[in-house]
Design a protein around this ligand. Structure first.
Ligand code: EPU
Length: 417
């Protein structure tokens, strides 16, 4: 089992390039199942979730190859199977996108309920509500979601909760349906927009992505033959911004869309950290006196839940007591016990973490309990006195490309062992 060994105490300095967004690419690769011809996807991050999805699509019968390090060509024409078994999907939450994509393509899909990061109950009722509204019959049988429709017909669907996954999944199922589908109370995340842009580039007719009403006019086919570039990963960008602030460093986070990290930039400024924004970068300059802050995670454009654990590390170093209220997931506080082992003073009450600034952390062996918790522990290691060993780094490899290489280039002492 691999681990990261981090020796803390060095400010991060320099420039870091951000890769394509994990939460975009994990939807866009399944979306390629709907495309009738070849398609090319650029800016693919080299992360384990991508490797898993490529092998799932190959198992289904797609032809996939890397044209270059980060450019993938996919031809789904020869896919005959509409079944994704538990073995195929167990490591990947986003495998739920196979439901919408296979249903949209074959009017039939059998997909085992997904695995992925565990931070409490992760229902898919809104996905199912959408599929049913489009005319599919859905049943869950021995852990397998079975979907079947004689035909898919556009419908008006009001989402009870703002869900990234359900919004995208309904888009996938509706893209070739008869008539128009309207999703109301849709997720406005940048990766919803990215998936819509990909599908439109392939021949779909989707309008309104990025607002809370998305209109999808069904088209008979998606001819494809074009290419699409994945947007930069705002969570990877945010992780490096927080790492820069926590280590009191000076880091330019490049190849990003600054607007996508605005909620974080604003909080950093509130915490007395300097943030300079350019066209496709932000520069974060740390401070000796980090101010306390209160944060609540919300759907985009609110503060992202996926940056909650890394932000908590920063707040451990602040002057005074801060709070983080988790507004998306029931249980995203498993990282707290690990941080406490490094000297953090955090009390969790329901969905609120009350974080007392302690000024410094001390190195300890800790284990990642999910992807973003893992990133938080790496940041904690970077600021801690002494050596921190981060175990369970397979979670981190699911979503960050070469995090140790990028941090080392910025001056961190981190090795994979
Ligand atoms: N929800 C329902 N019913 C549903 C779907 C969701 O009640 O049918 C609830 C969830 O329980 C949660 C809220 O709605 O309380 C939001 O869930 P959402 O569906 O938006 O989450 P997701 O699509 O499963 C994606 C990201 C997560 C990120 C969330 C929120 C992917 C593959 N995953 O999950 O990313 O935390 O949106 O922004 O896109 C990560 O990258 O580490 C990660 C976990």
């Amino acid at each position: 089992m691999e681990k990261f060994v981090v020796t803390g105490g060095r400010p991060l300095e320099g420039e870091v390039n951000i890769n394509g967004a994990k939460n975009s690419v994990v939807a866009i690769i399944p979306a390629a199942i709907l495309v009738d011809g070849p398609c090319t996807i650029e800016n693919i991050p080299n992360i384990n979730d991508v490797k898993t999805l490529i092998s799932i699509l190959k198992d289904l019968g797609a032809e996939i190859k890397f044209e270059s390090k980060d450019t993938l060509s996919i031809n789904s024409q020869n896919i005959k199977s509409y079944t994704a078994t538990y073995d195929m999907v167990k490591c990947l939450r986003a495998s739920y996108y196979l439901m919408g994509a296979l249903l949209g393509r074959f009017k039939k899909a059998e997909v085992s309920l997904p695995g992925g990061c565990d931070f409490g109950f992760r229902p898919i009722d809104q996905h199912i509500k959408g599929f049913e509204a489009l005319g599919a019959k859905v049943k869950i049988d021995h852990g397998v979601v079975k979907l079947e429709a004689e035909k898919l017909v556009g419908a008006q669907i009001y989402m009870d909760v703002v869900s990234v996954g359900a919004t995208i999944n309904i888009m996938l199922a509706a893209v070739k349906a008869e008539g128009t589908t309207i999703i109301e109370n849709a997720s406005k995340e940048p990766h919803v927009v990215d998936v819509a842009n990909f599908l439109n580039a392939m021949g779909a007719n989707i309008k309104g992505a990025g607002t809370d009403v998305i209109k999808i006019k069904g088209v008979p086919g998606l001819p494809g033959g074009t290419s699409h570039s994945i947007i930069p990963d705002m969570i990877e960008a945010g992780t490096f911004m927080i790492a820069a602030a926590a280590t009191k460093g000076d880091v330019t986070v490049k190849n990003i869309i600054p607007k996508h990290v605005e909620s974080l930039s604003a909080k950093l400024v509130e915490m007395n950290v300097k943030v300079q924004e350019g066209g496709d970068y932000v520069r974060v300059i740390g401070t000796d006196k980090i101010e306390r802050a209160n944060i609540k995670t919300l759907p985009y454009p609110g503060f992202p839940t996926d940056l909650h654990p890394p932000t908590s590390v920063l707040l451990c170093l602040a002057d005074g007591t801060s709070t983080v209220t988790e507004g998306i997931w029931d249980s995203r506080f498993q990282y707290v016990d690990e941080l406490k082992r490094m000297g953090a003073k955090i009390k969790v009450e329901g969905r609120i973490a009350i974080i007392e600034g302690v000024g410094k952390l001390s190195g300890a062996p800790v284990k990642a309990t999910d992807l973003r918790a893992g990133a938080a522990l790496v940041i904690a290691g970077l600021v801690a006195e002494g050596v921190t060993e981060v175990y369970n780094i397979r979670y981190i490899d699911r979503g960050y490309e070469n995090i140790e290489g990028k941090l080392s280039k910025l001056g961190a002492q981190i090795v994979r062992k």
